[in-house]
Design a protein around this ligand. Structure first.
Ligand SMILES: Cc1ncc(COP(=O)(O)O)c(C=O)c1O
Length: 279
């Protein structure tokens, strides 16, 4: 299947935008809209299609053997890449952090393997250097988490789909999504860090309209937190939109705190990007 056909037939694009209501913001005349990129596809959901599309397209015009990327045992990015490769007939390789792991270590690894992704498990020390096994030197390499110029460019289409607003919220992992959105809009963008990597993101070209908030990491990346888990459960109960604590939970929590603390001007119109991750 070619990429344009896949996008047209298998993906829900443009994704919908819906308004959510809460006394906390409605009392201040603030409106909150959720851009439901989580509904693009059950697997290549959220920012995954936006970030991968240009890599898939560029690969399809190249003479490379496939696509190779890096990640942990639960990487949303590798999971989406494995599925995209399977759907589009593109060979994929995942270099996985943790030599003690096997394809049976968890259901995600087993599923990625079943989709045809070749999984290579390497030690955490070796992983730091992101080595490319010689057998895969002819593969197009996508950085960990999908970060890269092509991923950033993928946010152009997303920005075209957004309603007019005063401020855009998104979760930040590698920063590709936030940087990309800020690059294609002249509105202010608030990126909520999910790990303490502000200095790494700062090493990239950060557009002047992107603000990075680091007060809602909750300790460290993906660390379980009862308050966040409860927040996500209540959010789902109230708005009927599933969120998870690692990315969108932290982002919506921060958004709500910003409103409560008076950081958002009354009568503002906000758009929060649902980057998916609920797999
Ligand atoms: C669900 C989800 N939301 C947000 C992000 C952060 O996106 P980025 O790495 O582009 O900052 C990720 C990581 O890729 C993710 O899996």
């Amino acid at each position: 299947m070619d990429i344009a056909n896949f996008e047209f037939n298998a993906l829900h694009l443009p994704s919908p935008t819906e308004e959510i209501f809460d006394e906390c913001w409605n009392s201040k005349g603030i409106q909150v809209f959720v851009k439901r990129d989580d509904l693009i596809h059950p697997i290549i959901s959220g920012n995954k299609w936006r970030k991968l599309k240009n890599y898939l397209q560029t690969f399809s015009f190249s003479t490379h053997s496939g696509l190779l990327s890096f990640g942990g045992a639960y990487s949303n990015h590798l999971y989406a890449l494995a599925y995209a490769g399977h759907s589009l007939g593109i060979p994929t390789v995942g270099i996985i952090r943790g030599e003690e792991l096997t394809i049976d270590s968890n259901a995600y690894l087993a599923q990625m393997n079943a989709w045809g992704m070749q999984l290579h498990f390497i030690s955490r020390t070796a992983y730091r250097d992101k080595p490319i096994p010689t057998a895969f030197e002819k593969y197009t390499v996508i950085a960990e988490g999908g970060f890269g110029e092509l991923a950033i460019q993928g946010m152009g289409n997303l920005v075209d789909e957004l309603p007019t607003c005063d401020l855009i919220y998104t979760a930040v992992g590698t920063g590709a999504t936030a940087i990309g959105i800020a690059k294609y809009t002249d509105k202010p963008v608030m990126g909520i860090l999910t790990l303490h990597n502000r200095s790494e993101i700062g090493a990239n070209k950060i557009p002047a309209n992107l603000d990075i908030e680091d007060a809602y990491v909750f300790g460290k990346y993906a660390k379980q937190n009862d308050e966040l888990d409860l927040f996500c459960a209540k959010f789902y109960q109230k708005h009927g939109i599933p969120i998870e604590p690692i990315y969108t939970g932290r982002m919506f929590y921060a958004l709500m705190e910003h409103i409560k603390n008076g950081h958002i001007a009354p009568n503002s119109k906000l758009v929060a990007l649902h980057t998916g991750g609920v797999k």
